[in-house]
Design a protein around this ligand. Structure first.
Ligand code: PMP
Length: 446
């Protein structure tokens, strides 16, 4: 009997024993094509010899040094490398162990920044519905995923949520994409004015929504307008690139494609590529200097900040993404994946939308393409597709959309950047089989 407390207590899962390239293998020898990199984590695939060697060397040289006393060479080098490629103004890196730790740190840094600037009344955080920023209490409060929040609602601090930029569902037919983007961004200004600009500290958003909607980028111009609004009201812009960052969208930082730079930027997942748990919160020099010239101490911290082995893994991973041109490859293979998805599902009666950037793609499953009506959530299609795909040897990331006035099933695809064309065909073929098995078997759906 297992003593592990698993994610799903009612259904035992196979034991993974080996990973190689785009595949994982369980203890029976069954292979799984890792079509979502777990959850957009394994950007280099499995068993990368360079990353493994970097980790082995670092463990031998220095496994741990507490950042309360010492820094380490890999942490310094990784910070330098990230800043060399970071959006304009971003100048400092605060290393943590994952995505939720990065978003928690971002919220606390925004608050401390204004306290140190003598504006303690700035305390409100605005975020978006149908977003996900992590599962710890602060991050969960910021996120707008109702299913994840539900039972913890009494424990969460008040965060104000506006609509996401979700063109497929929220753009009016008569409206251009640009006009819709401005209308969506206007919600932020309205909310700031409603709360009082002197009380709003930050706005947090994912440049490409991942774990709640399945790879939904904003329309062109949305984030430019968001940036302007934040500047006008002295509100910090926090971008959560935990899922969409580190080359996944074809740019090292997803916001590069939107032509803006945030004040605070969160990354994780692809930073360690699954080889080590590592995340980071990056911030502008201005924010850092404010803390430095004030109390001189960010009132935060965890034991494993800047862990040398995690940093060494991150350094090897980002070194490869940048050095081996993997952002370009993610963009190119993203086009191959997008085309394969359009070829396979473009006319599918229950695939309403195919969207994404780079190797971060999603499909939205609907009951009726014309009206975009989602299936009844009670059918549980997302979960059933996950199981059917897994049985067919494909790991993908289906999710049930949050209620928020509308349900919906989505499948997120985020394979390793090294994926080859024939493996993309295998991925899309297996996904088609899973959809056929689940939806095709429902007499009400066909
Ligand atoms: N932010 C985003 C955008 C995410 O997708 C996730 C994880 N899916 C998180 C934060 C939380 O990251 P972690 O699970 O590493 O805590």
């Amino acid at each position: 009997m297992s003593h592990v407390f698993p994610r799903h207590c009612k259904k035992p899962v196979p034991t993974a024993v080996r990973g190689e390239g785009c595949y994982l293998y369980d203890s029976t020898g069954k292979a799984y094509l890792d079509g979502s990199g777990g959850a957009a984590v394994s950007c280099l695939g499995h068993g990368d010899a360079d990353v493994i060697a970097a980790i082995q060397q670092q463990v031998a040289d220095l496994a741990f040094a507490h950042t309360g006393f010492l820094t380490s060479e890999p942490a310094e080098a990784l910070a330098d490398l990230l800043i060399e490629h970071a959006p304009k103004g971003i100048d400092r890196v605060y290393f943590v162990s994952g995505g939720s730790e990065a978003t928690e740190a971002a919220i606390k840094l925004a608050r401390q920044y204004f306290v140190e600037k003598g504006q303690p009344e700035k305390r409100h955080l605005i975020a978006r519905r149908q977003s996900y920023h992590g599962n710890t209490l602060g991050a969960l409060a910021a996120g707008g995923n109702e299913w994840r929040r539900q039972q913890f609602a009494p424990l969460l601090f008040d965060v104000h949520h506006i609509a996401p930029c979700y063109e497929y569902v929220l753009r009016e037919e008569s409206e251009s994409a640009a006009a819709y983007g401005l209308r969506a961004a206007q919600e932020l200004e309205d909310e700031i004015l409603r709360l009082g600009p002197e009380t709003v500290m930050a706005f947090m958003a994912e440049p490409v929504v991942g774990a709640t909607l399945g790879a939904v980028p904003a329309v062109e111009g949305y984030f430019k307008r968001i940036r302007e609004i934040c500047d006008t009201y002295d509100v910090l812009l926090i971008l959560d690139e935990v899922m969409c960052g580190m080359g996944r969208t074809g740019h090292l930082f997803a916001c590069d494609a939107d032509g803006i730079a945030p004040d605070i930027l969160c990354i994780a997942k692809g930073l360690g590529a699954g080889y080590q748990p590592i995340g980071a919160m990056l911030c502008t020099g201005e924010i850092y200097e404010t803390i430095k010239n004030g109390t001189g101490f960010f009132q935060h911290g965890h034991t494993y900040l800047g862990h040398p082995v995690a940093a060494a893994a991150g350094l090897a991973v980002v070194g490869k993404i940048v050095g081996d041109g993997l952002c370009d490859r993610a963009r190119r293979q993203g086009e191959v994946l997008s085309k394969a998805l359009h070829d396979q599902f473009g006319q599918h009666p229950h695939v309403g939308d195919i969207r994404g950037r780079g190797l971060f793609q999603g499909i939205e499953i609907v009951e009726d393409r014309e009206t975009k009506t989602p299936f009844d959530p009670a059918k549980g299609y997302a979960a059933k597709i996950k199981t059917a795909a897994f049985d067919a040897g494909l790991i993908c990331y289906p999710m049930a959309g949050t209620r928020d006035g509308r349900a919906g099933d989505h499948v997120l695809l985020a394979p390793p950047f090294i994926i080859e064309d024939n493996q993309i065909d295998e991925l899309v073929g297996k996904l088609a089989t899973a959809l056929e098995q689940v939806i095709g078997a429902d007499p009400a759906a066909v």
